[in-house]
Design a protein around this ligand. Structure first.
Ligand code: DAH
Length: 400
C-alpha cells in the first residue's frame, strides 16, 4: 500500500484495526492457565505464540504497515501519531512478552523436572541369580567324582524301551515296565525312568575301561506328595575295567560319601536285587545330623563303632541307636535309625556288558544309582520335595 498523503484519523483507524485483530487472536493467551499442562502442551503454545508474534509485529504485519504512515501524515500531527503507533506497538509486544516469559519458565521447569536425578535415592540392586538346591548338591557330587577321575555323562531323557529296559537286563514281564511306573510316549519310546540308561549309551560310545557318572532327570508315574514327584533327579555311576571287584564299589561309595558328609561317615551295604547288577546291594550311610546315634542333643555312641556282624558279601554294621538308651530327641533326617538309605548298587550284570559288546570274561565293573531330591531335602531341611519344583523364588532364594 502506498499512501501519497493521509489524514491522521484514517491512519489511526488502521492502527486500531491492527490492534483489534491482535486482541481477537491473542484472547486465548490472556490469563493463560498452565495447570495440568505438560511440556508438550507448553511447547505447542510457544510455537503458536511465535507465529502470532510474527503475524502481528513482523515486517509484513498490519502494524508495520501503519508505522510507514508516520512519514505520511501531516507534519504537525506526525509527532502525536508516531507516539500513538509506538504505544500500541509497545502494548502488543509487552502482552506477547508476558506470555512468552511465563511459557519459557514453565518449559524450563518441566524440562528440569523430566531430567531430575535424585542422587540420594538408593540404587536399584541387580538381583543376582543363584543355583537351585538340586543343582548345588549335584555340582558338589560332580566335583567329588571328577576329582576321583570320573567323567560326567549327559544323555537323553526320552528313551527307547531297549535302553530303558532290554539292554539293562529288565525282562519283558518285569514290573518296572508297567505303564503305572513309566510314561510311555510314542510307541516304543518312554521317558527314562532311571539314569541307568546312560550306562549303556556311555559304554557304546566310549567303550571300556570307563569311569563315568550320569546325573539327570528321570520320570515315573507317581502322584505328587511330600516325598514323591513324577520327575526327579538321579546320579548314576559306572566303573568298568579289568579286575574290578565289590571292594572297589564299596571303597568308591564310602569315599564320596565321606567327602560329602565328613570323614566320620560310615556306609553299610544291604543285599538287594536289581536286574542290571549281580550281586546287588542297597547302600546307606550314617546320618549326617546325629552322626548315626539316632538322637540329637544326647550322648550316644555312633554307628561306626558298632560291631560288624555280617558274614555275607556285604557288611552290615548294626546301628547302635537301638542298643542304647536314647537320651536326646529322635533325629529327624534318619527317623531315629542312625542310617540314611540312599541308593542301589552292584556288580554290572554280564548280560549288560554283553549288550554293550564288552566281554564279561575280561572286564568287570560296578554301578550305583541314587536320587538327589531326598538327599537335598535332608541337607537343606526341606519338609516337602514338591517345593523344589514349584519355582517360587521366595522359597528357592533361601538356598545358596
Ligand atoms: N536304577 C536304579 C533305580 O532307579 C538305581 C540303581 C540301582 C542304579 C543299582 C544302579 C544300580 O546302577 O547298580 O532304582
Amino acid at each position: 500500500m502506498v499512501y501519497s498523503s493521509c489524514f491522521m484519523s484514517e491512519a489511526k483507524e488502521k492502527v486500531e484495526s491492527a490492534q483489534n485483530a491482535f486482541t481477537a487472536e491473542f484472547v486465548r493467551f490472556v490469563d493463560l492457565n498452565l495447570n495440568g499442562s505438560d511440556l508438550a502442551d507448553a511447547e505447542a503454545l510457544m510455537r503458536e505464540l511465535g507465529e502470532l508474534k510474527i503475524r502481528h509485529t513482523g515486517k509484513k504485519s498490519a502494524l508495520a504497515e501503519s508505522k510507514k504512515l508516520i512519514g505520511k501524515v501531516a507534519p504537525e500531527e506526525r509527532g502525536e501519531f508516531g507516539q500513538y503507533v509506538q504505544s500500541v506497538e509497545k502494548e502488543i509486544v509487552s502482552q506477547i512478552e508476558t506470555v512468552e516469559t511465563a511459557l519459557t519458565a514453565f518449559i524450563s521447569n518441566a524440562k528440569i523436572e523430566l531430567e531430575r536425578l535424585d542422587v540420594t535415592i538408593p540404587g536399584r540392586r541387580p538381583r543376582t541369580g543363584h543355583l537351585h538346591p538340586i543343582t548345588i548338591l549335584r555340582q558338589k557330587i560332580e566335583d567329588i567324582f571328577v576329582s576321583m577321575g570320573y567323567a560326567i555323562e549327559d544323555d537323553r531323557e526320552i528313551e527307547t524301551d531297549y535302553y530303558n529296559f532290554d539292554a539293562l537286563n529288565i525282562p519283558e514281564d518285569h514290573p518296572a515296565r508297567e505303564s503305572q511306573d513309566t510314561f510311555y510316549t510314542t510307541e516304543g519310546f518312554a521317558l527314562r525312568s532311571q539314569t541307568s540308561t546312560v550306562q549303556i549309551r556311555a559304554m557304546e560310545r566310549r567303550g571300556v575301561p570307563i569311569r563315568i557318572i550320569a546325573p539327570g532327570k528321570v520320570f515315573r508315574r507317581d502322584t505328587p506328595d511330600m516325598t514323591h514327584v513324577p520327575m526327579f533327579h538321579q546320579i548314576e555311576g559306572l566303573c568298568v575295567d579289568k579286575g574290578i571287584t565289590m571292594a572297589h564299589l564299596k571303597g568308591t561309595v564310602t569315599e564320596w560319601l565321606k567327602r560329602l558328609f565328613g570323614e566320620d561317615t560310615v556306609t553299610r551295604f544291604r543285599p538287594s536285587y536289581f536286574p542290571f547288577t549281580e550281586p546287588s546291594a542297597e547302600f546307606d550311610f550314617s546320618c549326617f545330623k546325629c552322626g548315626g546315634t539316632g538322637t540329637v542333643g544326647g550322648l550316644q555312641e555312633a554307628v561306626g563303632s558298632g560291631q560288624n556282624t555280617s558274614g555275607s558279601i556285604v557288611d552290615v554294621d548294626q546301628p547302635t541307636a537301638n542298643s542304647q538308651q536314647p537320651t536326646g530327641e529322635r533325629c529327624r533326617p534318619c527317623k531315629g535309625s542312625g542310617w540314611i538309605e540312599l541308593g542301589g548298587c552292584g556288580m554290572v550284570h554280564p548280560n549288560v556288558l554283553k549288550a554293550c559288546s564288552v566281554d564279561p570274561q575280561v572286564y568287570s565293573g560296578f554301578a550305583f544309582g541314587f536320587g538327589l531330591e531326598r538327599m537335598a531335602a535332608m541337607l537343606f531341611n526341606i519338609d516337602d520335595i514338591r517345593h523344589m519344583f514349584e519355582n517360587d523364588v521366595r522359597f528357592l532364594e533361601q538356598f545358596r
